[in-house]
Design a binder for this molecule. Structure first.
Ligand SMILES: C[S@@+](CC[C@H](N)C(=O)[O-])C[C@H]1O[C@@H](n2cnc3c(N)ncnc32)[C@H](O)[C@@H]1O
Ligand code: FES
Length: 451
């Protein structure tokens, strides 16, 4: 029995620029519209929508196939989607003008395409051409930089419900000619649409990058734009072995963007951490480098008996206070300005949390911190370290390996570390019952108890 009434495959095979492909003829917009229309008509339970690789009919794209009957569509445009959903997916009647049922021609075209593709690959290989994967990796910063600049200039908010390059330039106080170049590149990247002289946000850009949206991520993402400048010092940092100081670091704006970014990540992770650690027997928590306070807030909300103390740098405390007050848990969460490497940590805590902290510090600093945390814990108290944890050989996961370099360019001695390293340091500080909890997402949790 088929689990779905219909299963749609939409070809989204990316190809080098200038080569015919379904994405080049609009399959990503078709996919987006299909997803939207299927949901809007409540057909999710009956219709499975998936992407697929090249079907060998690239000149006829966008191509999609509807199973179980095996109906092939070609030249599908976003404006055709409603008709396909209504006629085919609701009424069971394929849209005849778009159906392609000349099986011998399709087979011949697909075979010819395969042959040409193999020949082209062999010719490229023989000529010693750089593989596309490497070429894309080398130039990968260009799309990223385009989007970061658009976020810095708040372009997507300025586009609003649609505007010309001149109007957008005036709104963001930038040069009209250069703004037009940036807008055109954003269209090419699929982040804006253009109709005549008018630019419009895509559904995604309007949702995630515009101030008018409740799901706007711009403020948190500005931190990525800030650390882009640090990444440009990577070559010198690798040569010299430590970060290159930049004038723009640690301004009040930098700190606000940083804490906004931390809050964006932490508010999603915090419920998982609370669930993994539990609140049984937990009355007093020390949240070292608590940042926005997201983890303390989550614990306070999970149990009215929990009292948290956030220790963070003086410039961060007013920002944390704002989040804590907005969450309505000020009575349970105390804030203290200090330096966790040198300030008195206090005593009698049931739980000390180091969320996204250890990567800022060197091995020696972490070992020292663990020893002082042990003294601050009540008998049977726990230390919880949440971080990007490297595999024992340090070559993955990719995010953790790249984040180690993020720490090279951003801190004096920081890095990402492995589970065996954390375990060694914890044992040396007098902890036992060390266990690892895998959380959803890129970070892991290592928990240890005072002996
Ligand atoms: C990467 S953020 C993590 C914030 C928070 N724990 C979270 O996961 O969202 C690091 C935090 O540690 C704070 N911090 C850095 N060095 C510190 C120090 N020496 N003493 C206290 N806090 C520090 C920063 O201000 C920032 O809030
Ligand atoms: S790229 Fe879609 S059929 Fe080839």
């Amino acid at each position: 029995m088929e689990p779905f009434r219909f299963h749609l495959f939409v070809c989204t095979q990316q190809k080098p620029e200038g080569v015919a492909s379904c994405p080049a003829s609009g399959s990503l917009a078709v996919l987006d519209n299909l997803d939207h229309e299927i949901q809007a008509r409540g057909l999710d339970a009956d219709v499975q929508l998936t992407t697929c690789g090249c079907l060998g009919l690239c000149d006829e794209g966008p191509v999609m196939v509807v199973y179980p009957a095996g109906v092939w569509y070609r030249h599908v445009q976003p404006s055709d989607v409603r008709e396909i959903v209504d006629a085919h997916l609701r009424e069971g009647q394929p849209v005849g003008r778009l159906v392609w049922n000349d099986a011998p021609a399709m087979k011949a075209m697909s075979a010819e395409h395969r042959e040409k593709f193999r020949e082209a690959m062999a010719a490229r290989d023989k000529a010693g051409m750089l593989p596309d994967r490497l070429d894309q990796m080398i130039r990968g910063y260009m799309p990223s930089r385009c989007l970061l600049t658009a976020l810095e200039l708040d372009v997507f908010t300025a586009v609003g419900d649609g505007a010309t390059a001149e109007q957008i330039g005036a709104r963001i106080h930038a040069n009209a000619r250069a703004v037009a170049m940036l807008l055109n590149a954003l269209v090419a990247l699929g982040l804006l649409a253009k109709n005549g002289d008018e630019y419009r946000n895509t559904r995604e850009s309007a949702r995630f990058f515009s101030q008018a949206s409740k799901d706007n991520h711009r403020n948190g993402l500005l931190h990525i734009a800030n650390i882009w400048h640090r990444w440009s010092t990577l070559t010198d940092a690798v040569r010299g072995g430590s970060r290159i100081p930049l004038d723009r670091d640690n301004s009040p704006e930098w700190t606000r963007d940083f804490i906004t970014a931390m809050q964006r990540n932490a508010k999603d992770r915090a419920p998982h951490v609370v669930k993994a650690l539990g609140t049984a027997g937990v009355r007093r928590i020390l949240d070292l480098g608590g940042g926005s306070g997201a983890y303390s807030i989550a614990f306070a909300k999970a149990s009215p008996e929990v009292r948290c103390e956030i220790l963070d740098l003086p410039e961060v405390i007013p920002l944390a206070a704002e989040y804590v007050a907005n969450a309505g848990v000020s009575a349970q969460v105390r804030l203290r300005a200090g330096d966790m490497l040198t300030s008195d940590l206090g005593s009698g805590f049931d739980l000390v949390m180091l969320n996204a902290i250890c990567h800022m510090f060197s091995e020696e600093q972490n070992r020292g911190l663990f020893r002082r945390i042990r003294q601050a814990l009540a008998p049977r108290g726990r230390l919880a370290v949440q971080d990007f944890i490297l595999n024992p050989d340090k070559t993955g996961p990719l995010h953790a390996a790249l984040f180690s370099l993020n720490m090279l360019v951003a801190t004096d001695g920081g890095a990402t570390y492995t589970e065996p390293e954390y375990t060694r340091w914890m044992k040396a500080a007098g902890f036992s019952e060390i266990s690892r909890v895998n959380l959803p997402g890129p970070s892991g949790l290592i928990v240890a108890r005072v002996e």
